[in-house]
Design a binder for this molecule. Structure first.
Ligand code: AMP
Length: 112
């Protein structure tokens, strides 16, 4: 989508601090980190949410990128949290499917 900010990052039209990339997915640091490590993983192709018909192969590639990001960011051993905000109640603000990888500090128990 031409006006989607994550599509633009995926096409290299907007700068990002890239952590991992291949032909299908891109991982880059969040511009407003909520933890010492806060990296986003996106498919290059546009899907609004995790429930927007993401092909299984693309979903697999996104999931496979999670441990790669954790390794690259140095949190594979200490642990990390993975979040996929979906829709209004989750306060999804960018409507291009993305996975948050958060870590680098002990986090509170629970999800919210
Ligand atoms: P969500 O609320 O799950 O939709 O998360 C969207 C995330 O995208 C937020 O954590 C934002 O800080 C992040 N974000 C928005 N624009 C950019 C950008 N240009 N580069 C990196 N992260 C961004």
């Amino acid at each position: 989508m031409s006006d989607c900010i994550f599509c633009m990052i995926g096409r290299g039209e907007i700068p990002a601090s890239v952590v991992y990339e291949d032909d299908e997915v891109l991982a880059f640091d969040d511009i407003a980190p909520q933890a010492p490590v806060h990296t986003l993983i996106i498919p290059r192709a546009h899907y609004a949410t995790v429930a927007d018909g993401v092909p299984p192969e693309t979903m697999l590639r996104v999931i496979e990128a999670i441990p790669r990001v954790a390794e690259a960011k140095g949190v594979a051993g200490s642990g990390y949290r993975v979040i996929i905000n979906t829709g209004p109640d989750a306060a999804q603000s960018v409507h291009h499917f993305h996975v948050h990888v958060l870590g680098g500090k002990p986090m509170a128990e629970g999800m919210v």
